[in-house]
Design a protein around this ligand. Sequence first.
Ligand SMILES: [Cu+2]
Length: 261
Amino acid sequence: MSTDLPAPDGPSEPVVQSVAGWRAERVRIFWIWLVLTGLLVVFSLTVPARLMGPPASPTMHSVESTMTLFSVAASPVAALVWAIALYSLLRWRSKGRPTADGPAIRGHAATTVAWAVTSTVLCVFLLVWGMAEMIVINSPAEANAPLVVDVTGQQWVWTFSYPSQGNVESDQLYLPVDRPVIFHVTSKDVIHSFWVVQMGIKIDANPGETTKTSVMPDKIGVFDVRCAELCGLRHAEMQTSAHVVSASDFNSWLSQNGGHS
Ligand SMILES: [Cu+2]
């Protein structure tokens, strides 16, 4: 199996590797793996969670800690693949046309067991963590007296209306701080996706259907609302702002727009 490639000139020579040589190679790969793991862990702890700006809800805190944790958990696995790939590219590069196949790794029980056990432990851990986080981020939906906001997507704008506040309608989202909100999301034409970036919520807007998502805005400020589903030519421009204001400012905004609190 290992010497099946036809040799262009002369007989093929099987790769011969001494036990001591293999050990040295593995030690070098181990060090590359260790350094890459360290770099990836530092990257995981600093970059992914900051890409979307400071969190504006407990949901976003959960999303960011999950992104960080999953990136850290994936670091040693990614580093192992990269270390072997890099080492193979640099050290085991074939000069000219290869005359023999490399040695196959088969029947190495320890490697098989380690790979299966590591993958299983990682998958179970990520599953349990993910399910626990889902329970946490769904909790605003069960809160008392949440604010209901109807969200309608259409090419290429968002419209927000407040059914219990006199059906006030706006193309900007206004929310009072520290009050749970439930969004009833739908679409007038094609599938869109309602995404409030810094609040960590995103849900499809489907024509003829209503989907629901909830959040508790906990920070006053202006945040990004985007469409996260390719919905036509001007999809990239389908964005607006979410203004999180104090309860009294929210009530003034409602009355200025013909509504009531
Ligand atoms: Cu879109």
